[in-house]
Write a protein that binds this ligand. Structure first.
Ligand code: UDP
Length: 455
């Protein structure tokens, strides 16, 4: 983790070393800063228990699960508050040792879209406060909120409990609105106002990349000293080359000699799966002989503004005359998804905006190169010319050109894939969790300093 310093990065936070670890207990040297013992994590609009890849569940859910597990492994307990979306849910579920998911009643279980949730934040906050009131004072050392809806709840909870608020935006309305796909609906002004309030209220803002840190400072006037950069990770036990491409193709029933450009993730205009289909149409126009050996899997389900026209991608494939080569598959668990990554010749991610893009790093960890739009966090996730290609803009012809390189030289996939796997190894979740723990410690430390300063 590094505190954001425009143009230069400083590694770690000076003077914030943890106490030495002895077995599983932590000794604290006199005067050394204290790490939190237990944090309240807020994920109002989507549960860490949901299957990512459709609706409101995506990278943020994966982020929260992986981070919480790793924090618990370094003795920071995590309680995750999320809205109950069915009546059958127990009040709490242990996700892993040291990680508890608490279901909060706020509004009807079903039929509430994310856009309706601002009206339920008061009810949600009430649920969080009730859980807190059942404990001794000081039960939670810190609040870590995810996405602006949770940030609003965190603002109040942190203030009431007298603890720091750490917030991660995951996506920002101003950034999304500046790069909308044609015809896509912009994020509402109420979200921009909400995000601006959270930026002011938070003790620390976690950005995925330097680029995102810059956006927080430029577009939301965040104080640079509050912004810290922590790259998300990838689960390197789950996402690895394993037995390789041929074995994965066998398991999925895919032809061994096929060119397989894969799209994986939530289907919505922002992610631009349509650009992949259009690029494939361009490629097939130029190289009709490829048709007999190309398979284009699209793994995921409709989400966001894509929910308004859930059939639009299928219709586009039909209009482009490529329905015979495109295979739509519903979202799958990550073990299965890892096989789709391994089987692919290349993952294609033509997004208009992407705060990081976990699928890009997951595919690389499986030994598969990536063609990605040069936006948001993707230039960090993908090493241009080494682990894949970055494409400037959204012209399907440019993506077709990049795809052609894999069509012309299938060995390219193995060569770039090996580099991709090496690149992905530097993105472990343990590193992300350790950096986040440092950031928590720094926020606590600062609070304590301020408190003693004010007597
Ligand atoms: N994912 C999944 N199953 C699927 C498709 C996607 O589990 O069928 C997961 C994927 O592993 C990744 C996340 O969904 O961790 C998507 O994260 P990303 O950052 O790429 O996009 P976001 O959803 O945050 O916009």
């Amino acid at each position: 983790m590094s505190q954001y310093v425009p143009r230069t990065r400083i590694g770690g936070l000076r003077g914030l070393a943890h106490g030495p670890l002895v077995g599983s207990s932590r000794l604290r040297l006199p005067g050394s800063p204290r790490r939190p013992r237990r944090i309240a994590m807020l994920s109002v609009h989507t549960s860490p228990l949901h299957q990512p890849g459709t609706g409101d569940a995506g990278g943020m859910n994966v982020y929260i699960v992986e981070l919480a597990r790793r924090l618990a492994a370094i003795n920071i307990e995590v309680e995750i508050f999320t809205r109950a979306t069915t009546g059958a849910l127990p009040p709490s579920v242990e996700l892993a040792p040291g990680v508890l998911v608490r279901h909060v009643d706020a509004g009807p279980y079903e039929g509430l879209a994310k856009e309706d949730l601002p009206a339920q934040l008061c009810a949600f906050t009430h649920g969080v406060m009730q859980a807190w009131a059942g404990h001794r004072p000081g039960y939670y050392d810190l609040v870590h909120s995810h996405y602006w809806l949770s940030g609003h709840v965190g603002w109040l909870a942190a203030e009431r409990w007298g603890v720091p608020l750490v917030h991660a935006m995951h996506t920002m309305a101003k950034v999304k609105n500046a790069a909308l796909a044609e015809g896509d609906t912009p994020e509402p002004a109420a979200r921009v106002i909400g995000e601006t309030q959270i930026v002011r209220a938070a003790d620390r803002l976690v950005a995925n990349t330097d680029e995102e840190a810059g956006e927080l400072i430029r577009r939301y006037e965040a104080a640079p000293r509050k912004v810290a950069v922590v790259h998300p990770g990838v689960n390197l036990d789950r996402f690895r080359p394993g037995a390789g491409r041929a074995a994965a193709r066998d398991r999925l029933g895919l032809p061994q000699d096929a060119l397989i450009p894969l799209f994986a993730g939530r289907i919505q205009p922002l992610k631009a799966p349509d650009i992949l289909l259009r690029a494939v149409a361009v490629l097939l126009d130029e190289r009709p002989e490829l048709r007999r050996r190309i398979v284009v899997p699209v793994v995921g389900g409709p989400s966001g503004t894509g929910l308004a026209k859930p059939e639009s991608l299928q219709k586009l494939a039909a209009r482009l005359g490529i329905s015979d080569v495109v295979r739509f598959r519903p979202p799958v668990g990550q073990e299965r998804l890892a096989d789709w990554y391994r089987a692919a010749s290349v993952l294609v991610m033509p997004s208009y905006s992407e705060s990081f893009g976990l699928v890009a790093i997951e595919a690389q960890a499986c030994g598969t190169p990536v063609i990605a739009a040069e936006v948001g966090g993707l230039p960090v996730a993908v090493r241009d010319g080494e682990s894949g290609f970055l494409v400037h803009g959204h012209d399907p012809a440019d993506y077709a050109r990049a795809l052609r390189r894999f069509a012309d030289a299938p060995e390219f996939t193995d060569r770039m894939g090996a580099a991709a796997a090496r690149h992905a190894e530097s993105f472990g979740w343990d590193t992300a969790a350790a950096a986040t723990a440092d950031l928590y410690t720094a926020a606590l430390q600062e609070r304590r300093r301020l408190r003693s300063h004010h007597g």
